[in-house]
Design a protein around this ligand. Structure first.
Ligand SMILES: Nc1ncnc2c1ncn2[C@@H]1O[C@H](COP(=O)(O)OP(=O)(O)OP(=O)(O)O)[C@@H](O)[C@H]1O
Length: 601
């Protein structure tokens, strides 16, 4: 059972409509005019029968028919305007909400989305709130609310007019309406529930097929077709069975609805007919009465249906408002400390500890570390040592549980978040490229970059040749439906993007993915160009970086175990020796290779 909607939620939704007060008032007016016109039709019917047909008065008949034509014209105009205004308001509300929610989502820290993915709602839940829940609200305000109001007005109007026409027959009708509607509503609810479960089954079919086709290479490589064919067939039959149950109920509903509605009309005709024969009711009055009774019954049925929609919408509204109420855990301070200009780019970690929510082992455990401006530092350590977490803390994707990080001696928490991030260039292991052209993706680094600047960055990142070989060069679309790039090409685009950003500090998560020797050389050259003159923290997976870094930091289980040059660590750190042996084999590379500091000299 859905809980009753919280009135505060509805009030907050109404607050969203405040800017559109004028249109709302106009919509209410057209609604009243349309409902009033419908009610007048009943009176028109009475006059046509009593003054036209029964009195055999052609002139009256014509007059009444002309009047009715005028009423119908008002009804048509008011209904069209009402439909337009109400739909406009619904669409506008959904558009406003979508923008508000998306803008707000962009301010939330990455951890929020990760915990939502791991949570019981499942991945994609937030995007579904953005599309599905806003659509529910759009249909609530775009039709359900106006339907409810229109039917409420008609119900009240019809009942009043029935009572005026014939009180005792009205009493009979008012008892008859619930008796007629109850079985219909009961069946209707069942059918709706079954429809929903039928839709769920069909959605499950879509999900299954999507996953199977999305992973078609793996599926075929493992000869999994028979299992999938069988599993899919079972789901299809499931969906069919559910649809059949629904159809059976729906067939019953149709029969019962026809039977009860016509029985009720029959009873009223019989009772009303007696009154007409006795001369206490005119034939026109009886017709108008029946018209109102059917109108009232229709209004009650619609109201019952809309009540369900409102409850569903209340759930959607609550979820959306909850999202809007989520405060970003990571934000800029009210009065941020300005970054020094020029920024040196030295970094400090002071007793930093951090544990991911829901994990009890710390990802970083009391790490203290100073990195000088311009220093090239490589982070090494086994998988899960906390290397990526350390980079993420510098970007303030997470804040430490204890301790603090500094840039040029200033606590990161005291800096404006955008100012901080504008000084950090991130090239991750599997760079994310967005839909849009190559140029659009490069301009993530610098929105206003000229074509010449793009070319220069691409050239320094060893990406120019392959970009120019693409069908439309810098304008080639990437992402879904666009051109697919290789791992090495993506990396070089990401490097060009970081070059355009021109940050003081570079955070590199080197690609471990199987780059061939040529791509690896091109990527490494590009990285070397990128690192010149900047403080760089590199998660090192590759031999070249390990030996050429100014300093290597050995991490394990979130702790910083040792720091030093390659040959120093070979002597002092058993873990490093072990890692080096794994990477280089028994024969370690020439320890006397020049470091970047040497190269600069
Ligand atoms: N988003 C997350 N939520 C929960 N735990 C996480 C998350 N990211 C990382 N961890 C955990 O934190 C620890 C450190 O992970 P981290 O990714 O920093 O290690 P790493 O040294 O970069 O490893 P790799 O070299 O494999 O990328 C691991 O135990 C990991 O399981």
């Amino acid at each position: 059972m859905t809980p009753a909607p919280d009135p505060r939620t509805l009030l907050r939704l109404l607050a969203l409509l405040r800017p559109y007060r004028g249109r709302l008032a106009l919509a209410a007016l057209t609604l009243l005019m349309a409902s009033g016109s419908v009610l007048m039709l009943g009176q028109g019917l009475r006059l046509v029968i009593d003054q036209g047909f029964m009195a055999s008065d052609a002139a009256s008949l014509n007059r009444v028919l002309m009047l009715l034509l005028a009423v119908v014209t008002v009804l048509a105009a008011a209904s069209a305007l009402r439909y337009y205004l109400v739909t406009w308001i619904g669409e506008r509300l959904a558009a406003d909400l979508r923008r508000q929610v998306f803008d707000h989502l962009l301010t939330l820290e990455p951890g929020f989305f990760e915990s939502a993915e791991r949570g019981d709602h499942g991945a994609g839940e937030i995007t579904s709130r953005l599309t599905a829940d806003t659509s529910v609200l759009q249909s609530l305000f775009g039709s359900s609310v106006s339907m409810a109001l229109r039917n409420a007005v008609m119900l009240v109007g019809a009942v009043v007019l029935m009572l005026i026409t014939q009180p005792w027959l009205s009493a009979l009708a008012l008892l008859g309406i619930p008796a007629t509607l109850l079985p219909i509503l009961w069946f209707g609810r069942r059918v709706r529930r079954l429809s929903r479960s039928s839709q769920d089954r069909v959605a499950e079919l879509g999900r299954y097929a999507g996953e199977a086709l999305g992973g078609i290479r793996t599926l075929q490589a493992f000869n999994h077709q028979d299992v999938d064919r069988h599993a899919y067939a079972q789901r299809v039959e499931d969906a069919f069975d559910t649809a059949l149950v629904r159809t059976r109920q729906r067939a019953w509903l149709t029969a019962i609805a026809m039977l009860t509605v016509f029985a009720a009309v029959g009873i009223m005709l019989w009772q009303g007919g007696q009154a007409v024969l006795a001369g206490t009711l005119s034939p026109g009055e009886l017709s108008a009465f029946l018209f109102y009774a059917v109108l009232a019954a229709g209004a009650v049925a619609t109201l019952a249906e809309v009540a369900g929609d409102v409850q569903r919408a209340a759930g959607a509204a609550e979820r959306l408002l909850e999202l809007l109420d989520t405060q970003p855990a990571i934000h800029s301070p009210a009065t941020p400390t300005p970054l020094p200009d020029p920024l040196r780019g030295d970094i400090g970690l002071h007793g930093v500890s951090f544990c991911y929510p829901g994990r009890d082992i710390p990802a970083l455990d009391n790490v203290t570390l100073q990195i000088a401006a311009g220093e090239r530092v490589a982070l090494v350590g086994p998988s899960g040592a906390g290397k990526s977490t350390l980079l993420a803390m510098l970007l303030r994707f997470h804040d430490p549980d204890s301790g603090y990080l500094t840039l040029d001696g200033i606590d990161l928490g005291r800096l404006d978040l955008q100012a901080l991030r504008s000084q950090l260039g991130l090239v991750s292991q599997e760079p994310v490229l967005f839909s849009g052209s190559v140029a659009d993706n490069l301009r993530y680094g610098q929105a206003s970059a000229s074509y010449t600047a793009l070319r220069e960055a691409a050239r320094d990142a060893n990406a120019l040749a392959f970009i120019e070989a693409l069908p439309q060069g810098f304008d080639t679309p990437l992402g879904p439906g666009g051109v697919q790039l290789s791992g090495g090409q993506r990396q070089r685009l990401a490097i060009a993007r970081a070059l355009l950003k021109n940050p003081r500090v570079l955070l590199l998560d080197e690609a471990t993915s199987a780059l061939d020797a040529e791509s690896e050389r091109l990527v490494q050259q590009a990285l070397d160009a990128l690192m010149v003159g900047r403080t760089s923290l590199v998660i090192a997976h590759r031999l070249a970086t390990v030996v050429s870094a100014d300093r290597l930091l050995v991490m394990n289980d979130g702790r910083l175990l040792a720091a030093g040059r390659h040959h120093e660590l070979l002597a002092s750190s058993p873990l490093y020796r072990q890692l080096a042996e794994l990477q280089f084999g028994r024969s370690t590379p020439d320890a006397d290779q020049p470091t970047s500091a040497d190269r600069r000299r």
